[in-house]
Ligand binder design. Sequence first.
Ligand code: GLA
Length: 407
Amino acid sequence: MAAEARRARQGMPCPYGMDVRESMNTVGELKSRFRAKYGEEPVVYRAPGRVNLIGEHTDYNDGFVFPAAIDLFTYVAIAPRTDRVIRVHSENFGEDLDFALDGTPENVPAGWARYVLGVALILERQGHALKGANLLIRGEVPIGAGVSSSAAVEVAAGYSLLANSGFRLEGRTLARICQRAENEVVGTRSGIMDQLASACGVAGRALLVDCRSLEFRALPLPAGIRLVICNTMVKRELAASAYNTRRAECEEGVRVLVQRYPEIRALRDATMEQLESCRVEMPGNVFRRCRHVISENARVLEAAQALEQGRLSDLRRAMAESHRSLRDDYEVSCAELDLLVERANREPGVHGARMTGAGFGGCTINLVEAEAVQAFRDHVASGYEQRMRVKPDIYVCSAADGVKQID
Ligand code: GLA
């Protein structure tokens, strides 16, 4: 990212012209690096990270989520090859990788490359015969911070490999393919939210998604509100296994509910009354996980309606309840996230604050009025640093378009 644009993002909101200039600089720079490395002219694509306004741990329960794509991107510069080899260079890791499309899947190494090659493998398995390609990848989505750097890489890679081979898929289909790559090749049992937001995002809007049908509505965010994302800088070692445990607990809850209510297919279908009636038949932790999911689904719909009708205090309340439920019932928050939310709620011009993403560290999302952003940054950052002895990174973002070609 150009230094000027980076300063602007971390400080005051970017005026629109700044973003355009930043993209043009990035494209020019990526193209010249690509020419230097591969000796040919590439096409450049970018896919965004995402932030979720509300609806956490509901996607894999067939429920509702309300994410926005954000203007932090993964860029892919790509040009075709005459053989069936995918050659990838990662600028972030300074690493190169060669991968034969006709080779065996066991060749896929661990790390960043698995996201790229996982998507290529699933595309091939689904009958999209890909051309070989040279790729250069640059990611500006913070890694491991809970704003979906992995989905951005998957979606940027999938879209560019398809385009390079003369194909184009509908956003939801591409999102499903990227999710399969993550589930089957990378080995994380993530839901569909991140890939869907990165593939289908709409500038200035958040997506109210039904994760069962994948239907969504893009609802406008109020013009003066910025998406301020605060990074605890905490990465929990066991986050992936704790995520999978939560999924298993939800499945256990469904197995109990189904015995009494055979029409229930997922927690999305259960009511609070039905859950209460099964309380004694399930362990306490399973009951609480289910209570979070059922109440969170209702909160997503309430929050989206509140946003549409301009009832910002109701939106704020729903986000606060979501955080409490994730902390107490789902048990995926931590002291650092709780502190950031508590500090944010003391600031003027804040229309909602909560943890976002899977939890166990990572980031909070704060809906902040543009004029209040600078003071918010200063106060929240200094309060957090005093207590936690670490400076939080703060990203001031806008809702962005999903994956696209940018030159
Ligand atoms: C991660 C997963 C998503 C979703 C969130 C929690 O970001 O990748 O699918 O489950 O956690 O809402």
